[in-house]
Design a protein around this ligand. Structure first.
Ligand SMILES: Nc1nc2c(ncn2[C@@H]2O[C@H](COP(=O)(O)OP(=O)(O)OP(=O)(O)O)[C@@H](O)[C@H]2O)c(=O)[nH]1
Ligand SMILES: [Zn+2]
Length: 232
């Protein structure tokens, strides 16, 4: 690591507005996002051939994805996951968290039903960015928990925003979600945006020796609904 980054007073976060500091829901008013739908293609996976849609936020240049199966337009609630980017878990098989297993489970469940969507939001590391998440992991390797590590780096526990779900759901004509999550603040944040969450579907997978502490801290400090027993 360079001397400059070691002495940086506050690591630079991603270009997202700060949300709740691990509190109940983001307190700042929802931002009205204009997302551009740029392109769509087939996405063959082991479970189904999805449609992959690329959106761009013109203000920040940030790219977001929707992975869609079947006809999601209309009043029938859509089985959905709002997934925050985790390169280490989603792409590098990291066992430090449950993200990769949750993403796979969500896609598999949607394939089983033949209808649903994953909104893949590019807010890595709960909004602090990839390098800062690795800084946080370094602090966790030295004994901090996931919340303490963020705070020691000068960040709130969770900087994510969900405002950009609105234009994505509007694009597809989705009216209500059956949301796969264990995060009560995610449900509250979406409902605060006027998005109907008709059902919260638990998605508790891949508890292992490497993420045991991480999951316990999420339950204790971030209020996640996590029970000891895992689902399939
Ligand atoms: N800052 C930080 N971010 C992390 C850490 N572990 C995972 N993440 C990020 O956390 C996000 C996933 O959030 P989680 O808190 O695991 O889960 P959630 O999306 O709030 O809730 P679920 O819907 O139940 O999965 C991704 O953006 C990960 O990159 C960590 O130790 N520190
Ligand atoms: Zn993760």
């Amino acid at each position: 690591m360079s001397k400059k980054s070691l002495t940086s007073p506050r690591p630079h976060a991603e270009a997202l507005e700060p949300g709740s500091a691990g509190g109940p829901v983001p307190t700042s008013p929802p931002v009205s996002y204009q997302l551009d739908h740029v392109a769509a293609c087939n996405l063959p996976t082991p479970w189904a051939v999805f449609r992959l849609h690329a959106f761009v936020d013109p203000a920040s240049g940030k790219e977001h994805l929707a992975v869609v199966l079947g006809d999601v337009t209309g009043p029938e609630p859509v089985l959905a996951r709002v997934h925050s980017e985790c390169l280490t878990g989603d792409g590098l098989f990291s066992q430090r968290c449950d993200c990769g297993a949750q993403l796979e489970t969500a896609l598999r469940r949607i394939a089983d039903e033949g209808r649903g969507m994953v909104l893949y939001l590019r807010q890595e590391g709960r909004g602090i960015g990839l390098v800062n998440k690795i800084r946080a992991y370094q602090l966790q390797d030295a004994g901090a928990d996931t919340v303490e590590a963020n705070e020691r780096l000068g960040f709130p526990a969770d900087m994510r925003r969900y405002d950009l779900c609105q234009p994505m759901l509007k694009y597809f004509g989705v009216q209500a979600l059956r949301l796969m999550t264990n995060n009560p603040r995610k449900v509250q944040a979406l409902e605060r945006l006027g998005i109907t969450v008709s059902e919260r579907v638990p998605i508790q997978v891949n508890r292992n020796p490497y993420n045991e502490g991480y999951l316990s801290t999420k339950a204790a400090k971030l209020g996640h609904w996590l029970k000891d027993k895992l689902e399939g």
